[in-house]
Design a binder for this molecule. Structure first.
Ligand SMILES: *Cc1c(COP(=O)(O)O)cnc(C)c1O
Length: 325
């Protein structure tokens, strides 16, 4: 289904009121042969091509709150390939908000046409009405300072501000809706981690006897604290920190080949920034017998597939025959 079909269908109903029925699909892979394990994927990526997976969950209550506060404009922050930037642009358009994206990298604004030609994420955001402000890396580091926010308010007027990556309490509340009572049968719930908001929501809604495993897509030991801030004193979760592949946005050839093989064997696409790394990690741990026999695993596909285009564009400049298919 193309995005325009989707927009049409949803123009009659409130997109964020839609109760998506996402069935868990079982995965069969060569790695699982002879292992007494069952793997299921929750295809949150199917919610919407651009407002996909956890970004739908994270925006839901924030947009409700913006409406309640009678705001007309959403403003948020992100990098040039950010799933969150595009999701905010599209969700804003669907719900009747203007949107402003504060983007890291002032050089991108010098020749906007050229930037857009090589960047599907920003191109699609513009196509959905988002306005950009490109700022230097230094300004970006100080983006939440009172001073900078004041400058933005002088320029853009009153807006509802959504943090980078979309994580705040309302985002976590939305992510508490990813798991349903039907998922109680699983022993392990696995999800990717960027800021940790999604994992916090999953932890809050998981059963006490379930284990929640987060796979960070970046280096950093600040994440545990971040997640604790949004959860109670649950102990049934942990971070698996061995599968960031060098850091945020970094990759190896092995990762790309894995993503392609996974798609080939299961028909399920993975993105290279988050879900590909997590799935690689899960299967590596299965190989190493880290899960007890008989375990049932539920893996959350948090989406992010819109980023594949931009990633392939980046690869083309570096390694000609490497591509996510
Ligand atoms: C943004 C994103 C994440 C990270 O979510 P956090 O709540 O920031 O941890 C994970 N997966 C995908 C596909 C994303 O787009």
């Amino acid at each position: 289904m193309s995005t325009s079909d989707f927009t049409k269908i949803n123009s009659t109903v409130d997109f964020f009121e839609t109760q998506f029925q996402i069935n868990n699909s079982q995965v069969f892979l060569s790695e699982l042969e002879g292992k007494d394990l069952q793997l299921f994927i929750k295809r949150e990526d199917l919610i919407h091509p651009f407002v996909s997976g956890n970004k739908f969950r994270k925006l839901k209550y924030n947009l409700q709150e913006a409406t309640r506060q009678q705001k007309k404009t959403l403003l948020t922050f992100g990098g040039a390939f950010s799933n969150h930037i595009l999701a905010t642009a599209v969700a804003g358009k669907l719900q009747g908000f203007s949107t402003i994206g504060i983007i890291r990298g002032e050089e991108l604004g010098i020749d906007l046409d050229k930037t857009l030609a090589g960047n599907a994420t920003l191109r699609n955001a513009v196509a959905h009405g988002m306005k950009f402000e490109f700022i230097s890396r230094e300004q970006y580091r100080n983006k939440t300072s009172v001073n900078f926010l004041k400058i933005l308010e002088e320029k853009y007027g009153d807006f509802y501000c959504i943090p980078e990556g979309g994580t705040n309490e309302l985002a976590v509340k939305g992510c508490e809706e990813i798991l349903t009572t039907e998922d109680n049968e699983f022993d392990y719930i696995c999800s990717c981690v960027g800021t940790g908001g999604t994992l916090a929501g999953i932890i809050n809604s998981a059963q006490k006897d379930q284990k929640v495993l987060g796979f960070p897509a970046l280096k950093g030991d600040f994440l545990t604290k971040e997640i604790q801030q949004y959860t109670d004193s649950q102990q049934n979760w942990g971070l698996v920190t061995d599968y960031h592949f060098g850091g945020y946005g970094k990759y190896t050839e092995e990762l790309i080949h894995f993503i392609n093989r996974f798609k080939n064997e299961t028909d399920i696409p993975l993105d290279p920034i988050y879900t590909g790394k997590m799935m690689f990690g899960i299967l590596d741990r299965i190989q190493k017998n880290k899960f007890p026999k008989g375990s049932k695993l539920l893996i959350i596909h948090t989406g992010g597939l819109q980023g594949i285009d931009g990633f392939n564009h980046r690869l083309k400049g570096k390694q000609k025959d490497l591509k996510i298919v």
